[in-house]
Design a protein around this ligand. Structure first.
Ligand code: DC
Length: 220
C-alpha cells in the first residue's frame, strides 16, 4: 500500500528523548488529528520477543514471530493503541529490557515491513500526527508536512532521567541511525527544530506556524 493518502499526515521524526512524543501528542490534540506513536509498535514487538525468551539478536526467530503474531491497532479518543497476541503491552513498553533491546529488534527488515504496513493503514481513514524515526523518509514520504525534532544529547539524557527511566539514548541513536533498514535520517524536505531550549508549546507553535505557511487550514 504505497499510494498517497487523501488524509493529511504530519510526520515527526527525531532521536530518542528529543521531545517528539509530547510535541506530537499536543499537536494532534490542537489539530483534532489522530496521534500515533510508532515507537510503541516497535516496543510492543520487542516486549513480546523478550517475553517469549527469544534472543534479541536471533533475527530469524524474530521474523517468524512477527509474521505469525496477531497485531491489532485500535483507536480510542483519537489516540492509537496496539494489542499484540491479544495482550495490551502498554505497562511493559518502557521496561529497561525493552529500552535495551528495541533498537536491535527494530533493525530486522521484516519487522519493519510488517509494522510499516500497519502504520500506513491508519491514514486510510484518519488525519494523522505520527512520530518515529522513518515516518517522513519511509512510511509517508509523499507528505509535504515533515518535521525533525532534535535536542542536545545532554538535554535528552536529562529528560529521560527526569522521567525515572534508565535509557541509553545515545547508544539507541547510534544503532537507529546506522542500521541498514530505514535508518533514522533527516528527510530532505523536513523542517528541523532544535527543542533544547524550547518548551513543548514553543515547538508546537513553530510547527503550526510552518503548517500554515504550507497551506494547511487549521481550524482551532
Ligand atoms: O520513539 P521511541 O524512543 O519510543 O522508539 C523506540 C525504538 O523503536 C527506537 O529506538 C527505534 C524504534 N523505532 C523505529 O525503528 N522506527 C520508528 N518509526 C519508531 C521507533
Amino acid at each position: 500500500m504505497n499510494s498517497p493518502s487523501a488524509h493529511k499526515i504530519i510526520a515527526i521524526d527525531g532521536p530518542a528523548a528529543s521531545g517528539k512524543s509530547s510535541v506530537a501528542r499536543e499537536l494532534a490534540r490542537r489539530l483534532g488529528f489522530v496521534y500515533v506513536n510508532s515507537g510503541a509498535m516497535y516496543r510492543a514487538i520487542t516486549w513480546l520477543v523478550l517475553d517469549r525468551g527469544i534472543p534479541a539478536d536471533d533475527a530469524a526467530a524474530i521474523e517468524q514471530l512477527a509474521e505469525s503474531v496477531a497485531i491489532a491497532c485500535e483507536l480510542r479518543d483519537r489516540d492509537s493503541f496496539v494489542r499484540i497476541d491479544g495482550v495490551d503491552p502498554e505497562p511493559f513498553l518502557r521496561e529497561d529490557r525493552v529500552n535495551d533491546n528495541v533498537s536491535l529488534v527494530s533493525s530486522v527488515p521484516r519487522v519493519r515491513e510488517i509494522l510499516v504496513d500497519h502504520l500506513r493503514r491508519y491514514a486510510v481513514t484518519n488525519d494523522l500526527v505520527m512520530e518515529g524515526r522513518d515516518i517522513g523518509s519511509v512510511v509517508f514520504p509523499e507528505t509535504p508536512f515533515k518535521f525533525y525534532i532534535d535536542a542536545s544529547p545532554e538535554i535528552r539524557l536529562r529528560r529521560r532521567a527526569a522521567q525515572g527511566q534508565r535509557d541509553r539514548v545515545t547508544a539507541r541513536d547510534e544503532a537507529d541511525s546506522s542500521r541498514r533498514a530505514s535508518p533514522l535520517i533527516i528527510a530532505e524536505d523536513a523542517h528541523v527544530i532544535d527543542s533544547s531550549n524550547l518548551t513543548i508549546d514553543g515547538v508546537v507553535g513553530e510547527i503550526i506556524g510552518r503548517l500554515k505557511l504550507k497551506g494547511l487550514t487549521i481550524a482551532r
